[in-house]
Design a binder for this molecule. Structure first.
Ligand code: ADP
Ligand code: MG
Length: 440
């Protein structure tokens, strides 16, 4: 099995150690990053994202723990070797661009090659070709303050690639850019990952960027609190069975490893429909749902079977309840198709659009199912909360928390009980729609 390129183990980073303003910015951080992965370090401002990134870059020696890159402890090697790492193994892009304002664009990009013993024509040729590639070749003779923010950042992308690094580090590279420039820079970074097959580690607090990554590490108060696998990208890191559970269906898959996805869907659906039934009833009901899902029986037959008395093979559900079950089953299956289509979509350009549209549809569906009336703000918040859950940015617990948060801070301000109902219902939708194919 492939070994990770970057292994960070139990890393603690303390600023101003021993002084009165001592600050523990990172506690027990562990990551395994594989060659070719696109990793996002995600979290609120001050959560330790940059600290983790600069520790990977070799400029923040840890108080405790180790940082291995390509099997070498970069804090145990000589200074010369570490400089070599920083110069030739890693490229870096900053939020503030960090270009030298008195130099031309071309010289800024050619500069890191000076230490590589390349002659001037070679340096300039390579710099110009990278500038061309990143769409800023025509401004190579200008000094950098004459460029727009978006252009400056593309110049820094070119500069970061000049020594052909294995790993590209980017600290909120689009933090100072408008939306058009943001898209251009994100596309270029994506290209470096997917086309040049470089490992990319990006710090971001923009949820819209998460779909680019293979995996996302969530940081909070200096700790990695969660690792989420993006189901839309084929994984490079071997996914261990049972790790990174996104939905209930994966949980079920772990409990019932030999069952087909179809069977798991049935279990999940029945599980939702049958909070109050006995085990035998549930078993029978599973068979009925299975037939209904696969189209072997129609709605009326389904209802009839559900209402039949026990001794005749039914589950003795009152007719009104059976009708409701049929209706809900249909709705859940229908909505699940939406989610599945979304998750199977590979068209990056449309991801955000679709995600939003899907979230809006799910919101409509939820509002109807729960007969809720919301204010405009609550309504907008609900779409965001759903969108985050659908792409796996949040888990069930955080989804639940968000629903209860105040309206001004992005929540719906509903009670715990109401949130319980919504979450329970919604998780079935997500579970039905999830694509777990990356597991095999
Ligand atoms: P993020 O990138 O997630 O916004 P940082 O990693 O930059 O967070 O910082 C994490 C915490 O460490 C913050 O509270 C920040 O104030 C503190 N910090 C960062 N750099 C230093 C430093 N050089 N000296 C003291 N504290 C620092
Ligand atoms: Mg930062």
């Amino acid at each position: 099995m492939a070994k990770p390129l970057i292994v960070c183990r139990d890393l603690d980073i303390i600023y101003n150690k021993g002084k009165s303003n001592e600050f523990k910015a990172l506690t027990g951080a562990s990551t395994d990053i594989y060659e070719g992965e696109y990793i996002i370090l995600f979290g609120a401002s001050g959560s330790g994202k940059s600290t983790l990134m600069y520790s990977i870059q070799g400029s923040l020696p840890p108080g405790n723990g180790t940082m291995l890159i390509g099997g070498e402890d970069i804090y145990a090697i000589s200074i010369e070797d570490r400089v070599y790492f920083q110069r030739y193994v890693m490229g870096i892009i900053f939020q503030q661009f960090n270009l030298i304002p008195s130099l031309t664009v071309l010289d800024n990009v050619a500069l890191p090659m000076i230490f590589a013993n390349k002659d001037k024509p070679t340096r300039n040729r390579r710099a110009q070709s990278l500038l061309d590639r990143f769409g800023v070749g025509m401004v190579s003779h200008k000094i950098t303050p004459m460029l727009s923010g978006g252009q400056q950042q593309r110049v820094s992308v070119a500069r970061s690639m000049v020594n052909d690094p294995k790993i590209l580090l980017a600290d909120e590279p689009t933090g100072n850019l408008d939306s058009v420039s943001t898209q251009q820079v994100m596309d270029k970074i994506d290209e470096i990952n997917t086309f040049d097959r470089r490992t990319v580690i990006m710090v971001s607090h923009n949820a819209a960027h998460l779909s680019y990554a293979h995996r996302v590490y969530y940081l909070k108060d200096g700790a990695i609190v969660r690792e989420v696998v993006n189901p839309q990208r084929k994984q490079i890191k071997p996914v261990k069975e049972g790790e990174t559970i996104v939905t209930e269906l994966e949980q079920l898959a772990r409990l019932f490893p030999y069952d087909s996805i179809e069977t798991l869907r049935v279990k999940s659906l029945v599980n939702f429909l049958t909070q109050d039934y006995t085990f035998t009833q549930i078993e029978r009901m599973e068979k009925m749902v299975q037939s209904f899902i696969t189209g072997k029986i129609d709605r009326d037959t389904y209802i009839k079977m559900l209402t039949l008395p026990y001794d005749r093979g039914g589950v003795a559900v009152p007719e009104a309840v059976a009708r409701k079950m049929a209706k809900t089953s249909k709705e859940i299956l229908h909505q699940a198709d939406d989610i599945r289509r979304f998750r199977n979509g590979h068209d990056k350009e449309h991801v955000f659009f679709d995600q939003h549209k899907l979230a809006e549809r799910l919101r409509d569906h939820m509002l109807k199912a729960h007969r809720m009336k919301l204010s405009k703000k609550q309504d907008d918040n609900l779409v965001e909360i759903i969108a985050d859950r659908v792409v796996g940015v949040t888990d069930e617990g955080i989804f639940h928390e968000h629903l209860q948060k105040g309206v001004t801070v992005g929540g719906l301000a509903i009670t715990e009980k109401e949130a319980d109902d919504i979450v329970r219902y919604f998780e079935k939708l997500v579970a039905q729609g999830v694509d777990v194919s990356y597991k095999s």
